[in-house]
Design a protein around this ligand. Structure first.
Ligand SMILES: [Zn+2]
Length: 499
């Protein structure tokens, strides 16, 4: 599947339930058009667009912002440009959130879904955008005059038309910002091209491209975008853009992996896998969805605000081969890892789900606690390599790192908790002073055993500016004890653990 952002997708834009089309069209005729916008009294646009009752000002195409579309987001980009023209702070990703398209479909909105978005913004009386063509003389001209009069009175209008004259051309949304009263020439925003602002098209060419295929025959599609109501103006800037960005990640992942890979979405995670269907379902639900829900509830409120690609690769050959093929890098670990550069998790899932939960912690930490020292980043991630649920919470359980840690303590390689907590990243990863991961993990499990791990995270997160190592926070949540006392208690607790 092509993901060239300069081209609209081949997906048809027009997939609408057309049962009551004639009625809808008649209703639209009764409403005429939603123009002039300024007389609707619900706009609150800037002064240039206001002035209720006065002659509506013509639309100045130069004042309509331009937004190049992400792949398949032509409708979203057009509506976003119109909303921004009316002074609403938004973008195509936020607009996508209004369309209700399931992110795993990996596509932008079609006409019916754009219609759902406009009805959410302008209310249920928003007129139907579909006009069925019956072949009667002059009917295209009538609709063209409606389009021209709407634009002339200050309302940007979105049309759906074929991309060009080729027979296989896809259907595509464009935003019309002016129609020359003398010649009928259109000025429009072409979202599919980076320099698509203020494009021109003759009326003759447009009229040839405008009719699109509906299930009952040819259709014209026309969305007027008058000034949005106050409630919508307030709500749109607060919409999350995550779903729209997830759609784009789905498209990238789908283009990358073989056709027989499973593909799924869990929140911000776009997951591709060559596991069996049962294993894939289990990884999605029992590992990713379960762990993400608990990680949000216990440590990372609100979760991730951007998508993460997750590749669950079934065995060494698939893991090493696919990571190399897709990303031109060699995995440095046989279990799996988080790549900040690719915003992706690469997993040899045949080695189990523990590493997956560990790696899920890292993007959350990177986004919500960017200054975290490596010892705590790896300690908390490692805590959940072996985990279960107790009283509704995710808890880390004793794991394979225990014997390595006890060995480091027995042989005197382990020096001091405080020393570990003062390590910088370089030292933590490069100079292993007696199992740094093990010490960090079992300090976290100790805090968990005292019922203090969430409190510690929150305290450390809040005070990391003045306490970048987390030592002061550790002492604070453990009742003010000295580091010597904390270490002695920790060592004693370690001895009580049983493999
Ligand atoms: Zn890690």
């Amino acid at each position: 599947m092509p993901v060239d952002s300069s081209l609209p997708s081949a997906a048809a834009r027009v997939r609408a339930p057309l049962a009551s089309l004639a009625i809808a069209a008649a209703a639209f005729a009764g409403v005429a058009l939603l123009v002039p916008a300024a007389t609707r009294g619900d706009g609150g646009g800037d002064a240039a667009h206001a002035g209720a009752g006065a002659a509506a000002p013509a639309l100045d195409p130069a004042r309509v912002p331009f937004e190049a579309q992400a792949p398949d987001f032509c409708g979203e980009a057009c509506l976003s440009m119109a909303l921004r023209y009316w002074g609403v702070e938004t973008d195509q990703y936020r607009v996508h959130a209004l369309t209700g398209v399931a992110p795993e479909l990996g596509r932008g909105a079609w006409t019916a879904e754009m219609n759902a978005a406009t009805r959410r913004l302008w209310g249920p009386s928003y007129p139907s955008p579909w006009f069925e063509l019956t072949g009667k003389e002059g009917e295209v001209e009538t609709r063209f005059r409606q389009l021209a009069s709407s634009v002339a009175s200050g309302t940007p209008c979105m049309v759906c038309c074929r991309y060009d004259e080729r027979k296989e051309a896809s259907e595509h949304f464009r935003l019309v910002t002016r129609i020359d009263p003398a010649t009928g020439e259109l000025t429009y925003q072409e979202p599919a091209e980076a320099d698509g602002a203020g494009r021109r098209m003759t009326k003759e060419r447009f009229v040839g491209l405008w009719p699109v295929r509906g299930s009952n025959g040819p259709l014209l599609i026309l969305f007027p975008f008058p000034a949005p109501p106050a409630a919508a103006r307030a709500a749109i800037p607060r919409l999350p853009d995550l779903a729209g960005r997830v759609v784009q990640a789905v498209r990238r992942v789908r283009a990358r992996v073989p056709a027989d890979f499973h593909l799924g979405v869990e929140g911000p995670f776009v997951i591709a896998s060559d596991q069996s269907p049962e294993e894939f379902r289990s990884s999605r639900q029992h590992t990713i969805q379960w762990a993400y829900t608990h990680l949000q509830a216990q440590f990372f409120p609100g979760g991730l605000r951007h998508p993460i690609e997750v590749y669950l690769l079934n065995g060494k050959a698939s893991y090493e081969g696919h990571v190399e093929e897709w990303f031109h890098e060699r995995p440095h670990t046989k279990y799996g890892y988080y790549s900040p550069a690719h915003q992706a998790l690469f997993m040899n899932i045949a080695t189990g789900g523990g590493t997956l939960v560990h790696e899920m912690v890292h993007p959350l930490m990177a986004e919500q606690f960017p200054g975290v020292p490596s010892w705590f980043n790896e300690g908390l991630a490692s805590l959940f390599e072996q985990c279960g649920e107790e009283n509704g919470k995710m808890v880390g359980l004793l794991n394979w790192r225990y014997s390595g840690l006890m060995e480091a303590i027995r042989t005197g390689q382990f020096k001091a908790l405080e020393r570990l907590m003062r390590t910088d990243s370089q030292t933590f990863y490069a100079n292993d002073q007696g199992d740094n991961y093990g010490i960090a993990r079992y300090l976290c499990q100790y805090l968990q055993s005292r019922g203090k791990i969430q409190e510690y995270y929150q305290h450390f997160h809040a005070h990391s500016g003045e306490d970048p190592t987390g030592i002061a926070s550790l002492r604070a949540v453990l009742g003010g004890d000295s580091m010597e006392k904390i270490q002695a208690d920790w060592l004693a607790w370690l001895k009580t653990l049983k493999r």
